[in-house]
Design a binder for this molecule. Sequence first.
Ligand code: HQG
Length: 214
Amino acid sequence: MAHASERGGRFGPGVRVRCARSLLAPYGRLTLVDSDLVKTSKFLSFVLRHHPESIGLPLDSAGWADVDDLIRLANASGRRLDRELVFLVVETSDKQRFALDEARTRIRANQGHSIEVDLGLSPRTPPPVLFHGTALRFLESIRSSGLVPGTRTHVHLSQDRSTARAVGARHGKPVVLSIDAAAMHAFGSEFRLAHNGVWLVAQVSVRFITFPRP
Ligand code: HQG
């Protein structure tokens, strides 16, 4: 579900599969299908955001893992992985979930962690209004406790309504909340912009949330 929007991607619906095939053709992996990319992306998210220990993968304090370690340990745990597939998933991720360092020897998740990592993001002034996509069934709880990060390290906010709606739809009937980011910032909340355009905050108090009218 978390990766449902991988159906589209920045190359547009359907294009990524053809793209993947042509990119991988020199390696003889003509049978690669879209679901390989989605499955691998989910696996990378699981390992790099949440459970590196599941395959014994060392991450540094900034969340970076050695690509060769990742491939070796993934294969040892029964997950078929090679450099081409890793790079392809990074390059075709619609939400730019992952980053490679310049030498392409290290990889990390751009955001979405539940483990504590220092992404090295400085606090920034946010746009006056940001959006949070959630599901109708969470509204009652959000009205009483505000937005909390749950299993992640941060609450995720989007710059536009349509992105927020897609995020909310992962959980059920989507609802888009408007967040008074200017006021939060004025009251001292720190905002960080992840490399993939997601805004990260520790939490959002109810008083900064505008709920849609029923
Ligand atoms: C909700 C995806 C009850 C919150 C997306 C959300 C995003 C509350 C859910 C990224 C609550 C947590 C993160 C409260 C918040 N009571 N429910 N007080 N406060 N919630 O998945 O924001 O595809 O952890 O509204 O694109 O949905 O994984 O967070 O519905 O950037 O790459 O609790 O994940 O990216 O759900 O999504 P999540 P999220 P990926």
